[in-house]
Ligand binder design. Structure first.
Ligand SMILES: [Zn+2]
Length: 364
């Protein structure tokens, strides 16, 4: 006990911890960067969220991953349960300069992702990488189609029973194909994604499509479609006798569709729906198995084809990353008990500088 207390005293003062773990300042060329400061140090551990604002989502996604791993276990899918359970347990970050803010920041350097499709962490990282790819390629489209205008369409249909989701998704995608082949369809290229929300009754699902469409030059001159026109076309392609709910958002000539790309590439099913019920989640997983979340068509295929594939890299790069300070790593381990990533180790060029008390490691 006495031994543990002395370790705790040694690491319980924020400045002392950070003085020991992070250099006072970092000098890169002419610029110096102040140390990272933890505003909320508590109970003798240093959490990831207290050191890095932008890395706060890790705790939420890892917490949901524990719930999803439990659901897979309940469904007898033990290998998926194990993989999601061990996903990203230990994160290695480098301390690098943040040139814009004039401070130091953390940059994810390595971890082990499970790559299970519905793992909340992998789903989040995949979405970040897709967005990064899309942001890189969008300026090329704007350059090649300088007069190009865009609309953002949300195409829905009536809810279906969860058991019928698979067939409904096929029907939804076929209906979109019919729409894109109509003579009246004013798009020359599109990115579309399927989103599925959980019905309020807990038994049904609400699948719908988000589509970002690059329009023909003639759209605002002779091929314009009012909302009522869009609904009529969608109804015809869905082959239903009711008026489906549809939303159409025009994007101003001066605006870029960049914000809507994030809307399309966010997730297939939001985490609060996935974690709401084991029964619904397991039914959903079975129904969407082997289906594709994102599709790209028309002239946009040559720019965004890679959005249809699993990104190889789930870590991501950082334009600020340099070699100057690459020696310093901070390791954070997931703590199931307190539901936070907690600093576990600091190394400089592979040499361990300090290992905090074991008191805060997982006991479960
Ligand atoms: Zn994962």
């Amino acid at each position: 006990m006495a031994k543990n207390s002395s370790i705790l005293v040694g690491i319980s003062t924020p400045n002392q911890i950070l003085g020991a773990l992070v250099p006072d300042q970092l000098c890169v060329g002419q610029q110096t960067y102040p140390p990272i400061v933890s505003p909320c140090q508590s109970d003798g551990y240093t959490s990831l969220e207290s050191l890095s604002e932008k890395d706060k989502p890790w705790d939420k996604h890892r917490k949901n991953a524990d719930i999803i791993a439990g659901y897979y276990r309940q469904g007898g899918m033990d290998s998926h349960a194990d993989r999601v359970s061990f996903c990203s347990q230990l994160l290695e970050f480098k301390v690098i300069p943040d040139r814009r803010a004039g401070q130091q920041k953390l940059k994810l350097a390595s971890t082990k992702f499970c790559r299970v499709r519905h793992c909340p962490i992998c789903q989040w990282r995949r979405s970040l990488q897709w967005k990064a790819r899309a942001y890189e390629n969008l300026p090329k489209v704007m350059e090649d189609y300088p007069e190009g205008r865009w609309v953002f369409l949300t195409l829905t249909m009536k809810n279906c029973l969860l058991d019928e989701l698979r067939g409904t998704l096929t029907h939804l995608n076929q209906s979109f194909r019919r729409l894109s082949q109509l003579k009246a369809f004013p798009g020359i290229g599109w990115i579309k994604s399927v989103e599925i929300t959980r019905g309020r009754d807990g038994k049904s699902a609400h699948p719908h499509l988000h589509c970002l469409i690059l329009l023909k030059d003639s759209y605002y001159k002779e091929d314009y479609l009012s909302k009522a026109d869009w609904i009529a076309l969608w109804k015809q392609c869905l082959r239903v006798d009711y008026c489906p709910v549809l939303d159409v958002k025009a994007i101003h000539a001066e605006s870029s569709p960049v914000g809507l790309i994030a809307e399309i590439l966010k997730y297939q099913c939001k985490e609060s729906d996935m974690t709401a019920s084991a029964e619904w989640f397991l039914g959903y997983v079975k129904q969407v198995h082997g289906t594709r979340a994102v599709g790209v068509g028309g002239v946009l295929r040559e720019y965004f084809r890679e959005l249809e594939e699993e990104p190889e890299d789930l870590i991501g790069h950082d334009e600020d990353a340099t070699d100057e300070n690459e020696g310093q790593s901070l390791y954070f381990r997931w703590n199931r008990k307190i539901k936070k990533y907690v600093m576990a180790q600091v190394t400089l060029h592979g040499v361990v500088l300090q290992v905090p008390s074991r008191d805060y490691e997982n006991t479960e």
